[in-house]
Design a protein. Structure first.
Length: 118
């Protein structure tokens, strides 16, 4: 139980906050399509609140559940290999998304259909 709390506190929740920050970047990118300042502000506030709720109540508990199930399965089979591989993969995916977002631009982490028109 002690390892689970440390894992939640020091790895999974910071990863979720990083994902939330990426969601905020996407929201700000898409909000550039709205010309009216009031509507743009309402759009950003609404979607940031929705994204924060989604991360807090769905994504973070889901990741913790996946890690706990991998821990249970890997301990019964070969140790902590599954959990470690998942956590390293999660960190690598978040790093790759941030790399693309900050060096290439937000449009490069979105599917082609979601990109803003020029």
């Amino acid at each position: 139980m002690r390892t689970t709390r440390a894992l939640e506190r020091y790895y999974v929740l910071p990863c979720c906050l990083l994902l939330l920050n990426l969601c905020n970047e996407i929201i700000a990118y898409k909000a550039r399509l709205i010309d009216d300042g009031l509507l743009r502000t309402l759009f950003i506030m609404g979607f940031v609140l929705f994204g924060a709720s989604l991360v807090a109540f769905a994504i973070a508990p889901g990741l913790i559940w996946i890690v706990q199930s991998l821990r249970h399965t890997s301990r019964s089979n070969a140790g902590d290999i599954g959990e470690t591989a998942f956590l390293l993969g999660l960190g690598a995916v978040i790093f790759w998304l941030y790399y693309r977002n900050y060096l290439m631009g937000t449009e490069y982490i979105l599917p082609a259909l979601w990109r803003n028109g020029v």
